[in-house]
Design a binder for this molecule. Structure first.
Ligand SMILES: [Fe+2]
Ligand SMILES: [Fe+2]
Length: 204
């Protein structure tokens, strides 16, 4: 849908009001109060839905060499976590762990941690943020080019309380989740979990 000059986009609820000034400098306190009131409801209803749409945007993307694309990789990680009886929050963490892999490759761990952070445990948030560095231990073929400090970079966190979980995630649910012979659970299976996780603020 292309917006023509002078047209507005629809509100989520028909009974809501537009805030009319064309420059935020002109918003009054009452305007901001109304905006924030509508925003709270909007986020509660739309946040999970739009996060899923971000993921779905790459559903049919080609790959640059892997046998399955990044979307299928994310589904496979979530499927493996679910099949191993991990809790719902961890399954959803796996589903989104590489959502920024293509658009923000060097910081895709932080990308996912920022997206899910308000709704997941510190343990999973830390794992997301650091997983790309932990993965380097499995890139021994790069040692000659990048050096041993690069591939062994996870060692700086050897004594961290979340080291073992992050290493386990990489070992069991990331580096092997590139298998075209695995039948992934469909995205529809995970959608209710995503909505539940996004509606429950993290408590730790
Ligand atoms: Fe990753
Ligand atoms: Fe991954």
């Amino acid at each position: 849908m292309h917006r023509k000059t002078g047209e507005t986009n629809p509100l989520l609820r028909p009974e809501w009001l537009y805030i009319n000034p064309h420059n935020m400098n002109e918003y009054t306190p009452e305007d901001w109060a109304l905006m924030n009131q509508q925003r709270e409801i909007y986020l509660a209803e739309e946040r999970a839905k739009q996060a899923l749409e971000l993921l779905l945007a790459s559903r049919n993307a080609p790959t640059f060499g892997y046998l399955i694309n990044n979307y299928e990789h994310c589904l496979q990680t979530a499927t493996m976590l679910y099949n191993d009886d991990h809790d719902e929050e961890t399954v959803v963490t796996g589903l989104f762990h590489d959502i920024g892999f293509i658009v923000c490759p060097e910081n895709h761990g932080r990308f996912a941690a920022n997206l899910l952070g308000p709704f997941i445990s510190n343990k999973n948030s830390w794992m997301l943020e650091h997983h790309e560095i932990f993965q380097r231990i499995h890139m021994q073929g790069l040692e000659k080019i990048k050096g041993s400090d690069f591939v062994n970079a996870r060692e700086q966190w050897r004594d961290h309380k979340y080291f073992d979980w992050t290493a386990e995630f990489i070992d069991h649910y990331d580096i092997a989740a590139i298998n075209p012979d695995v039948e992934n659970l469909p995205i529809e299976f995970f959608e209710p979990m995503v909505h539940r996780v996004f509606s429950t603020p993290s408590s730790c």
